[in-house]
Design a protein around this ligand. Structure first.
Ligand code: BEZ
Length: 209
């Protein structure tokens, strides 16, 4: 095992961190990264992280030269250029924009799902904003239905940036929002997720929280 040359600000529950971890596993780079646990929320920041990422968000990746990369999309792009196997982000052409757009759709699911989680877990029930919560859940439902209708074949053909991002978004829904029962309206997505969740990279990054 080599000595890690990079440090990843990490929390196992974060779906954005999980994307980075899955890519590290898929590309054989886990030994290159030391994990620094960051316990944070919007109202309890991590002062150590804030020194490296003024936005106070994870993941952030400190490189060997001291430079720090954020956010997860930038980190994935960087790490994908550090291995010799097939790229997980297409370098150019239509495939690049399509796969990155699917990844952005998955990131949008994560954004909405994390926001709902914070609202429900951190704010007193009497301060919850039901219309806002419903609007976030609608975003998630719309995005899932587009994946079900338009993207199953594309997700099935490569476990790349698009598939990794969707898999991590679905994993987070299972973790924090089982009440959404996302499988009910997305049976093909559920079958695809069942398969990919058996990959070693996904099994190794299941959040134990
Ligand atoms: C969570 O516990 O759900 C969580 C933790 C860190 C980042 C995002 C979500």
């Amino acid at each position: 095992m080599s000595t890690p040359s990079m440090t990843l600000f990490h929390n196992p529950a974060s779906p954005f961190v999980r994307k980075v971890m899955v890519l590290l596993h898929e590309t054989g780079q886990t030994d290159r990264v030391a994990l620094q646990l960051s316990q944070l929320s919007p109202v309890s920041p991590d002062p150590v992280l804030n020194q490296d990422n003024p936005l106070g968000k994870i993941p952030a990746l400190r490189l060997a030269d001291g430079n720090v990369l954020y956010d997860s999309r930038v980190i994935l792009d960087y790490l994908d250029q550090q291995h010799v196997g097939n790229p997980l982000i297409p370098a150019e052409g239509t495939a690049r924009w399509r796969r990155l757009t699917l990844a952005a759709l998955a990131d949008g699911i994560m954004d909405a799902a994390v926001m709902v989680r914070y609202e429900l877990a951190l704010r007193a029930p009497e301060k919850h904003w039901p219309e806002w919560l419903d609007a976030q859940r609608e975003k998630i439902r719309r995005a899932l239905s587009v994946l079900e209708a338009d993207a199953i074949a594309e997700l099935t053909c490569h476990f790349d940036v698009a598939a990794i991002s969707v898999a991590c978004a679905l994993g987070y829904l299972d973790l924090r929002h089982p009440d959404l029962h996302w499988r009910d309206a997305q049976p093909q997505l559920a079958a695809w997720y069942f398969e990919v969740s058996q990959r070693p990279s996904m099994l190794a990054t299941v959040p134990k929280v």
